[in-house]
Design a protein. Sequence first.
Length: 208
Amino acid sequence: MALSNYTELKASIADFLNRDDLTTVIPDFIALAEAQINRDIRHWKMEARSSGQQSSGDEYMQIPADWVETIRLHLTGTGTSVVNLVSRDAMADKRQADEDASGTPRMYTHADGQFQLYPTPSTDTDFELLYYQKLPSLSSNSDNWLLLEAPDVYLYGALLHSAPYLAEDQRVAVWAQMYGASIQRLNEASDNARFSGSGLKLKVRGLV
C-alpha cells in the first residue's frame, strides 16, 4: 500500500493492526507519534528562519509558535552579532550585577515560554532566529516532507503509540526497533547532507 498522504497512512496503520474499528483513534496514534518525532529528529528540512524587530525597552522576545529548538539567534541591521544562550542563573547574576542595564543584547535565556534578552535593548533592534520547527501536522495537511521522504518513521511511530491503547505487547519491541532505526538513519542522512564535502567530523545524533 502506498504511504504518500494522511489517508493512506491511516489505512496502512489499520492494516498493520488488522483492525477496522480504530477510525477515531488512529489519528491520535499519529499525533502522539508526531510529538515524539519532534523530540527525536533534527533534520535540515526542519530548519526555519524568523526575523523581526525587538522594541526598545522590551527584554522579552516572543518565540515562534512552531519552535522546537534554537540553532542560532543573531542581531541584524548594522552588521551581524550573535546572541548567546546562557543559563537562568547566569542571566539573573548578570542583571543583578549590572542593575538591569540596557544596550545591545549579547545573551539570552529561556523564561516563561519566551527569550529573555540581556542587556535590555536600548533601541529598536532587528534580529533573525534560525531554529528547528515542528513538523506540519498531518491533521491539518494531507502530507508533509517527512511522510513523503520517510514514511516508515510515521508508520512505526504510530504503531508504537497504539500499543498502550490496544494492550499489544507482542510486537512492541519490533515496532520500537524499527522506529529507532528509521530515526537514526534519517538523522544520519541529514548530517551527511549538511556536512558533505566540508571536511568536518560528524557527530551522529543517536537515540537514548
